[in-house]
Ligand binder design. Structure first.
Ligand SMILES: Nc1nc2c(ncn2[C@@H]2O[C@H](COP(=O)(O)OP(=O)(O)OP(=O)(O)O)[C@@H](O)[C@H]2O)c(=O)[nH]1
Ligand SMILES: [Mg+2]
Length: 342
């Protein structure tokens, strides 16, 4: 994911409730600290750039709730993650055990292969320490790339730790997110608009970064009702969705993802256009031959249940006006045209 010279990296902050995840992130991103404990609900995303050898890495930091009952919150946050800071509270050894027994295996399952994990032993200002550098069980070390003893209150090591994460995620060998082979195997199977949509959705979720609200917007602009994805979708709608994705990725300076999708559309174009048109497309085309009927009116008519010009023959002007987008003038024009074609 490139943005000019800046590389973007999704990273997670892991750990039990109250260990100081949010405090570390807020110290790093906004240079703030609060003594009050405000439990995180769900996920908060922050971004900040760190300098790494001549360029910058933009960290996209997912701060999630420490409560472990919300599997889907964790799952969503861990997907395609490229690195993590696992936080333990040095006054509670149990918080380190939980990282190793619970958080790390779950993270590993969903994050990018080989994503580095840094251990933050936080709250080192407090007296009552159960985890110290002397008492640390070094057998647990291999799970972590490195250890930082932090203190969110005065920024002790916090900045350094995030810079290290920037460094590790920038230079680790990352598996390419999209492999040419995957594109080709997907393409072979695409023989209907529905399959194209499904491939596009798979892509956009693998490419990552596409916000939920953006996806919804592109659906809407393409005229696709997301609740009837399993019903008829026109080729045009599917392509429009793909083009919307390309435009968004281009705006986000992610030309690699944009071109992956463009390639999918290009290759699919030949395949699917050779396929028979769907019933919906045929009907809409018939409607569009009428004066005053454009794409959206044709679609509205189809959605009202009309399946041919014959179905429209006996409609009154009043009935026609009940179809979305048709006013009195237009309905007159349409009625005339229907009579002519009869
Ligand atoms: N003394 C001390 N207190 C800290 C430090 N870091 C965080 N705290 C305190 O620990 C409490 C919990 O911090 P949070 O950052 O909200 O913890 P969290 O891990 O985000 O908790 P959840 O959102 O519930 O998962 C707060 O009262 C913080 O002020 C630290 O380095 N030293
Ligand atoms: Mg929190």
């Amino acid at each position: 994911m490139m943005e000019g010279n800046v590389i973007k990296r999704k990273v997670n902050i892991l750990g039990e409730p109250g260990v100081g995840k949010t405090s570390l992130v807020l110290r790093f991103v906004k240079d703030l600290f609060g003594d009050e404990y405000l439990k995180t609900i769900g996920t908060n995303v922050y971004t900040k750039r760190v300098p790494v050898t001549g360029s910058e890495v933009k960290l996209v930091i997912y701060d999630i709730m420490g409560e472990s009952d919300f599997e889907s919150v964790r799952d969503m946050a861990f997907k395609q993650s490229m690195g993590a800071i696992a936080v333990a509270d040095c006054t509670r050894k149990k918080t380190l055990d939980r990282l190793i027994d619970d958080w790390l295996p779950k993270y590993r399952r969903l994050a990018t292969d080989g994503a580095p994990i840094v251990l933050a032993v936080n709250k080192v200002d407090l007296e009552d320490q159960e985890i110290t550098d002397v008492l640390f069980d070094y057998e647990e070390l291999p799970s972590f790339s490195t250890i930082f003893y932090t203190y969110a209150k005065t920024n002790k090591n916090v900045e350094d730790m995030f810079q290290e994460v920037g460094f590790l995620t920038k230079f680790q060998h990352l598996q390419p997110i999209i492999k040419e082979d995957d594109i080709l195997t997907l393409e072979k199977k695409i023989d209907s608009p529905k399959k194209l949509i499904s491939a596009l959705l798979t892509y956009s979720s693998h490419l990552g970064d596409l916000p939920y609200s953006t996806r919804e917007k592109i659906f809407e602009e393409s005229g696709i009702d997301k609740f009837s994805l399993d019903k008829e979708i026109t080729l045009k709608e599917a392509f429009s969705f793909g083009k919307g994705l390309i435009a968004w990725y281009e705006d986000d300076h992610d030309s690699k993802s944009a071109s992956a999708i463009r390639k999918l559309l290009e290759e699919t174009d030949m395949d699917v256009t050779r396929q028979k048109k769907t019933k919906k497309e045929e009907t809409m085309e018939e409607f569009k031959r009428l004066d005053g009927v454009g794409h959206s009116t044709a679609k509205a008519l189809y959605e009202k249940g009309y399946r041919s010009i014959d179905d429209l023959k006996d409609l009154s002007q009043k009935e026609l006006c009940r179809v979305e987008g048709i006013g009195p003038t237009r309905s007159e024009m349409i009625l005339k045209s229907i009579k002519k074609s009869a």
